[in-house]
Ligand binder design. Structure first.
Ligand code: NAD
Ligand code: UFG
Length: 330
């Protein structure tokens, strides 16, 4: 299939380009590079020895998107092109609503206009709010604590309504848990600008000596050791999940959790990192981070049942691959 990957130069998008190319698909990337670099796509080509067509466009620009659809006979779209910093979304809510909602509208409108049948959307476990873990796709969504989460919940509803309005248009809403790690080559990975918000890139930068000490946000949660529990998933498992979701997407709207189903605490992750890489990561316990929940992990059984997909890489793989990328990254 010929797949338009919006946001394909980013962290999850670039790994998904690798998985798509390796599965034999043709890849067209549209990315405005607001949080990524074009060189990442050169690395994708290096890994796969295959070509990628790249458009440096903002996918909220209807005319620019239209011209891509007019030029290529696209069979499916994967939409990664979102802003994703939760804290920043509280400071700049309108920028988040604009980018994340208009991009979804523009891309799905183009699909309807050009008869593109498959649309895969990057949603997030954050849409479950404070439901009871494990999160199951059938749960009612609860309000999220930030505009970023709201953009995901609203995009899900918009795409669901679009699919209802046109039976040929099928949508897969993929709710990611916590993507970490990097491609096994060490050539592509997560390279946040500035001080990382997320745990794994913070840990790798402490390990490298770029940052002093990990701050563990709270040890008084009702969890195994008091620290926050998340469902970390290797980014290559996540990428492969997209390829399967796209292949199997035939009609209607389908929601899948992409997680491992396994909860890991902050301290367990720090320990696994030490075990995988022989590096002790110094840390201190500080106050809870506002907006954090105690536990977030998936019931991952639906993706297994319906897509035949399960995450294969374990926490040690995630820690090893994240570190391999960080070591080589300048
Ligand atoms: P990322 O920032 O690395 O990738 C997003 C890419 O989209 C970047 O290359 C950016 O330049 C591009 N982009 C953003 N807005 C654009 C626009 N208007 N036009 C064109 N390109 C645009 O982020 P990621 O971690 O790869 O996340 C991809 C998607 O998955 C996002 O929608 C994010 O919200 C979602 N998601 C991420 C996580 C996570 O923890 N990383 C968890 C759940 C969901
Ligand atoms: N944490 C620390 N210290 C840090 C960073 C994080 O202790 O420096 C803790 C957090 O308190 C939390 C855990 O590590 O308990 C994971 O935090 P992350 O920031 O890595 O991830 P979140 O679960 O907060 O959020 C991520 C994405 C969101 C997405 C959500 C979906 O950032 O965009 O996963 O599950 F919505």
């Amino acid at each position: 299939m010929r797949i338009l990957v919006a946001g394909g130069a980013g962290y999850i998008g670039s790994h998904t380009c690798v998985a798509l190319l390796e599965a034999g698909h043709t890849v067209i990337v549209a990315d405005n590079l607001c949080n990524s670099k074009a060189e990442t796509l050169d690395k994708v080509k290096q890994i796969t020895d295959k070509d990628v067509t790249f458009y440096k466009v903002d996918v909220t620009d209807e005319a620019a998107v239209d011209s891509i659809f007019a030029t290529h006979q696209i069979d499916g779209v994967i939409h990664f092109a979102g802003l994703k910093a939760v804290g920043e979304s509280v400071e700049k809510p309108l920028a988040y609503y604009y980018n994340n909602l208009v991009s979804t509208i523009v891309l799905s409108k183009a699909c309807l206009k050009y008869g593109v049948r498959k649309f895969v959307f990057s949603s997030s476990a954050t849409v479950y709010g404070e439901n009871e873990v494990p999160f199951v796709e059938t749960m009612d969504l609860l309000p999220t604590t930030n505009p970023y989460g709201e953009t995901k919940a609203i995009s899900e509803r918009m795409l669901t309504d679009a699919a209802k309005s046109k039976s040929e248009f099928s949508v897969s809403l993929l709710r990611y848990f916590n993507p970490v790690g990097a491609h096994e080559s060490g050539l592509i990975g997560e390279a946040p600008t500035g001080i990382p918000n997320n745990l794994m890139p913070y840990v790798t930068q402490v390990a490298k000596g770029k940052l002093g000490k990990l701050r563990v946000f709270g040890n008084d949660y009702p969890t195994i050791d008091g620290t926050g529990v998340r469902d970390y998933i290797h980014v290559m498992d996540l990428a492969e999940g997209h390829v399967v979701a796209l292949d199997k997407l035939t009609s209607g709207v389908h929601i899948y959790n992409l997680g491992t189903g396994q909860g890991t605490s902050v301290l367990q992750l720090v320990q696994a990192f030490g075990e995988a890489n022989g590096i002790e990561v110094p840390y201190e316990i500080v106050d809870r981070r506002p907006g954090d929940i105690a536990e977030c992990y998936a019931d991952a059984s639906k993706a297994k049942r319906e897509l035949g997909w399960t995450a294969e890489r374990d926490l040690l793989d995630m820690c090893r691959d994240a570190w391999r990328f960080e070591k080589g990254y300048v």
